[in-house]
Design a protein around this ligand. Structure first.
Ligand code: AMP
Length: 348
């Protein structure tokens, strides 16, 4: 906050004043400055699993603001979630201007576990604040139906959006979308949050083509995803998007999210094509194990295909970090001629 910055500036000024002095004044000041900065500005703010709260209602009110139902106007149904309808509407908070929002509802007749899982997503989303992560406005838990209110993303989910606009964007626009997703993922990985279901269907797009990561949850996300299939070990996993070590022994990490990110790159550059087309899940697992990788999409810049292939390295420690992906994409955007070389069309 502004007040914290003010304090830091005052402390730095005092620090400078005493810097060239010897004696206790200097050490006490430098110590207190170090302490203040460490406490007030921790380098990494980490994600807290709502499950660590004995009372899930405490978690939700820790991370999400309760909105009064009178502030919400529902307009129309825009989608279907596992727990109920997703609607668009308006939110008018006291003293603020009206803004468009998405409203997820929990349909009547739910169990206590369903309510907890439904609100679990808000407890997670409420901990994030980033331009490429879907923003939680608040929750309505004091009246029925229970609702989760988020920012409204005019262009809906990325996979459908790309299929509807096949071939309509410049390479720079596509790379801009990918840059946004990578930046959101860098933030999540810094927070220690592993997404596990990163796919174009779980990215939302607004009217400015800004892409934001959505669909947060615990077990819920995968149970809710029609792409997720049960493995022989009983886990439910979206095979085509998942790193081999996560499929084989559930080793989900930010490095397995990087693998999924490579698949999202492929989906974006091929305008929403289904990864591995009509191959069965079993064939995908076998092919990837035998080192088969998706070919470069039509007209895809070689530099981007190389990056995808890097994300699909068998050894998870050899994959790039989200930080490196963001820097590379920034470099490519700054130097558009680096995107001129396209993958060989005989590759397809
Ligand atoms: P979900 O249950 O989160 O997968 O949402 C189901 C569908 O509702 C999505 O595929 C989107 O088409 C739509 N949707 C969800 N959240 C939003 C949002 N914030 N803005 C616009 N559409 C959304």
């Amino acid at each position: 906050s502004k007040l914290q910055y003010f304090f830091v500036i005052v402390l730095i000024k005092i620090f400078y004043k005493y810097m060239f002095c010897e004696g206790p004044g200097f050490s006490i000041l430098s110590l207190s400055l170090a302490l203040f900065i460490t406490v007030k500005f921790p380098a990494v703010r980490t994600y807290i699993d709502p499950h660590t709260y004995e009372d899930p209602n405490q978690a939700i009110h820790e991370f999400a603001k309760e909105i009064d139902v009178s502030c919400i106007t529902i307009e129309r149904v825009i989608g279907a979630g596992e727990f109920g309808e997703v609607c668009s509407g308006l939110l008018r908070l006291p003293g603020k201007r009206e803004i468009p929002v998405a409203i997820k509802t929990l349909k009547a007749g739910y169990t206590e576990k369903q309510r907890r899982d439904f609100l679990g997503e808000a407890s997670i989303m409420g901990q994030f604040e980033h331009p490429n992560i879907i923003h939680l406005k608040g929750v309505i838990t004091k009246s029925k139906p229970v609702m989760i209110i988020t920012e409204y993303m005019e262009n809906g989910s990325l996979d459908t959006f790309l299929k509807k606009n096949d071939g309509q964007f410049t390479v720079i626009q596509l790379v801009g979308m990918l840059r946004g997703i990578a930046s959101g993922m860098r933030y999540l990985s810094e927070m220690g949050y592993v997404h596990r279901d990163l796919a174009a269907r779980n990215i939302l797009v607004n009217s400015n083509l800004v892409c934001k990561v959505s669909d947060f949850g615990l077990s819920r996300v995968l149970e809710d995803d029609p792409e997720a299939a049960y493995t022989t070990r009983g886990g439910k996993i979206p095979i085509r998007w998942t790193a081999p070590e996560a499929i084989a022994y559930r080793k989900f990490t930010s490095a397995s999210d990087v693998w999924s990110y490579g698949i999202v790159m492929w989906e974006v550059m091929s305008y929403g094509e289904r990864p591995y087309w009509e191959m069965s899940n079993q064939d995908v697992i076998k092919a990837v194990e035998e080192n088969y990788r998706l070919p470069g999409p039509m007209d895809c810049p070689t530099a981007l295909y190389h990056l995808m292939m890097d994300c699909w390295q068998k050894d998870r420690n050899s994959r790039p970090k989200f930080e490196e992906i963001v820097s590379l994409l920034d470099k490519l955007i700054r130097n558009p001629s680096s995107l001129k070389g396209l993958v060989n069309s005989s590759n397809r």
